[in-house]
Design a protein around this ligand. Sequence first.
Ligand code: HSE
Length: 414
Amino acid sequence: MAKIAVLGYGVVGSGTVEVFYKNKENLEKKAGEPLDIKYILDVRDFPNSPYADKFVKDFDVILNDPEVTVIAEVIGGLKFSYGYVKSALEAGKSVVTSNKELVAAKGAELLQIAKDKNVNFFFEASVGGGIPIIKPIHACLEANEIDEIAGILNGTTNFILTKMIREGMDFGEALKIAQELGYAEHDPTADVEGIDACRKICILASLAFGRHVYPENVHTEGITKVTLSDVEYVESYGAKIKLIGCARREDNDEISIGVFPAVIKDESQLAGVNDVFNAILVRGDATGDVVFYGKGAGKLPTASAVVSDIVSAVKHSDTSRSLTWQDSTQDFIRPFDRFDCAHYIRISANDDSAVKETVKNIFGDVQFLVTKNQSKGELAFVTSVMTEQEVKTKCDDVAKQGAEVTARIRVLDY
Ligand code: HSE
């Protein structure tokens, strides 16, 4: 009999307990032995819960119980989680987590402890909610060199963008619904400013490229500056605006990595990903593009990944099957000024026909976009591929000619 403890009884924790007991019989067949949740750790009281007798408030009760061999950490954040997870691994217990902040900040260290102690540290739920992505990259695509990973990695922002695009819904209203549905982080700034997506692309890049990528070294922008006007111009280009996290292998053993709103052509599989759905495109040197799609947030999809990791941890209790990557200095991350792609640019000026000539002189070959509601003096266009540094210089040159650059969104080709 394997005894499990669940740390945290919030959205994901309660979902984990629900999925576990709903499918217990089947899970036991898959694990090859009886399973039970012995403890649930939470500071709050749940006297009316059917699991009331399992609640504890003191983590040491769990840590010091030798019967508990697998711990599911679904508290989130670093404050309590880091210490709990580290001491659990050091005590020889396997840990599974949905906590992307923890894995992105401390993954290399925790993986090393798990390896040293011959236990597991699994984190399928930390990226893509219910979408299997960590295990497929680690186990099913291992024959490939991964050249690139790009994805819609945050359900909340994709939900908001979809509501804005399809229903013209106000940003704040869409965010409120996402919070009610349990998609958003405790502090939704992490969602809308791209921080959550950044943590997730760091985890994927660390796994794909074998060296830890820390979030503070990743260029990160959120969706708060995206306007309905940009959405409309981009639609006239046959494309959608999506918050994308991407990481690609470059020459000289470097990687480029970033999170930002991006223009994605309608033909791309990523353009049709709406609402809370996430999609992750993995470009392998043997497979070509493989796309993983599903619900990227929410109680039961995320719980599905946690419970599946619990079963894997029980099944492999006697061997270290941890995924792994090395800690690293961050010198393999290419400065973002060298990131190259095409750009959508919107500018406003008094005389739009004169500025059109200026744009052509400065940017060369561009595609001008036209919308029904285009304001007088406003121009929007898409450039050819150029580096961040080049486009910034050209935007400065346009500004020197008296035009104001009101928006710039990168155009990605997936
Ligand atoms: N806030 C996250 C999202 C939850 O919206 O994607 C899942 O990681």
